[in-house]
Design a protein around this ligand. Structure first.
Ligand code: SAM
Length: 358
């Protein structure tokens, strides 16, 4: 599929054509990654953040946030829950929190690996190279870092760098691959100022970067952020502005599945947030094969508020697990057994075997 074909799909509102897109994406998903939905248990280990991203509710400048950082014992409890629920992966996500020290996290990764067979995914922002290497050495398997948008000017506007440092997420993604991580990335759909052209470029970049997992979620305005406050003025009534809608997010999921058949695609929490009754199912039936049930203790998940009214915010881990598993089964899909490693990486393994420094 070339860029003009992608653009035509992004802009179409014809329901018959869209049914065809959903059907194709679902078939490509079934043929390439099967019916199993792999569950990755998400632990939001800290909402402390050094960054001031214009879109994110836990940005450093939001003084209204009560900050927390989970202890190693609390995170181990979540790892045990993940094992009990039959998950194959634990995702440790946080703001860019430099209070999460290199050695502390290395020791925790080793502890999780000693006690469980869980794959470990890290999603901790733009950490230093030596830290990424140390955590891979300690046993971390995957790293998630969304590039958010491929439009450099838009990215710079919403994602100011730390003083004295560049923010080049593509360079970090390449480096993560070299270090030997399975690499996840992704975007937000409908960022104020994001055009259809930008979105088509994003989708083409997923293919170019040969990424293992792509997370695609709608941008959800947070009232305590610069973008949440100025968004409507920025996007105005421009016909080129991409809507932050469920439909547009599903189009991107479906096109991404069609173009990158072997990758893992989560049906994101943001999608489940903007359509609570069916958003998760729509993602899964239009190309996605992963869900990330929340394992974070309830007292913390409420204040990991990257956007308002996040789905699963009022539940505990048992409730999130039961609800997600029953909804997946009700769709006639199965729950994946094991880690659900990237088939893409297995296929491409030869390409990278000499570049690992670990
Ligand atoms: N600090 C790490 C990072 O930046 O990669 C991980 C945590 S960050 C909160 C995880 C993701 O949340 C971001 O990559 C972004 O796409 C998403 N996010 C943040 N604010 C959002 C918003 N207002 N609407 C939708 N998604 C949002």
């Amino acid at each position: 599929m070339n860029k003009s074909e992608i653009l035509a799909w992004l802009k179409t509102e014809d329901e018959n054509s869209l049914e065809e897109l959903w059907r194709t994406a679902d078939e490509v998903r079934r043929e390439n990654v099967g019916d199993a939905v792999y569950l990755r248990g998400l632990v939001e280990v800290s909402n402390v953040c050094a960054r001031d991203c214009g879109y994110c509710g836990i940005r450093a400048g939001n003084s209204g946030v009560t900050r927390y950082r989970m202890t190693a014992d609390e995170i181990m409890e979540c790892a045990r829950l993940a094992v009990g629920f039959g998950y194959g992966t634990l995702v440790l996500q946080a703001g860019e929190d430099y209070g999460i020290k290199t050695d502390w996290l290395s020791a925790l990764i080793r502890r999780i690996k000693d006690e469980t067979d869980l794959a470990i995914t890290l999603s901790l922002g733009e950490r230093e190279d030596h830290e990424l290497v140390a955590w891979r050495r300690a046993g971390a398997d995957r790293y998630l870092l969304r590039f958010e948008t491929s439009n450099r000017m838009l990215y710079d506007r919403i994602h100011p760098p730390l003083p004295g440092r560049d923010s080049d997420r593509f360079q970090i993604l390449r480096r993560l691959r070299e270090i030997g991580y399975e690499v996840g990335s992704g975007i937000m759909v409908g960022i104020p100022g994001q055009t259809y052209d930008d979105l088509a470029d994003d989708i083409l970049l997923f293919r170019e970067y040969d990424i293992d997992m792509i997370g695609i979620g709608p941008y959800i305005p947070h009232p305590e952020t610069p973008l949440g406050q100025a968004g409507a003025q920025i996007s105005g009534s421009s016909p080129d502005q991409v809507p932050a809608s469920e439909l547009m997010t599903c189009k991107v999921v479906a096109l991404t599945r069609t173009i990158c058949p072997l990758i893992n695609i989560p049906s994101t929490t943001a999608l489940a947030t903007i359509n609570r009754s069916e958003g998760r199912e729509h993602g899964l039936s239009r190309g996605a094969n992963i869900c990330m049930p929340n394992l974070t203790p309830r007292k913390y998940r409420k204040i990991y508020e990257i956007y308002p009214s996040k789905a699963s915010c009022d539940e505990n881990a048992d409730e999130s697990n039961a609800r997600i598993q029953s909804r997946i089964r009700a769709m006639g899909r199965t729950i994946g057994v094991g880690r659900g490693d990237s088939l893409n990486l297995n296929k491409a393994a030869g390409k990278y075997e000499n570049t690992s420094e670990v």
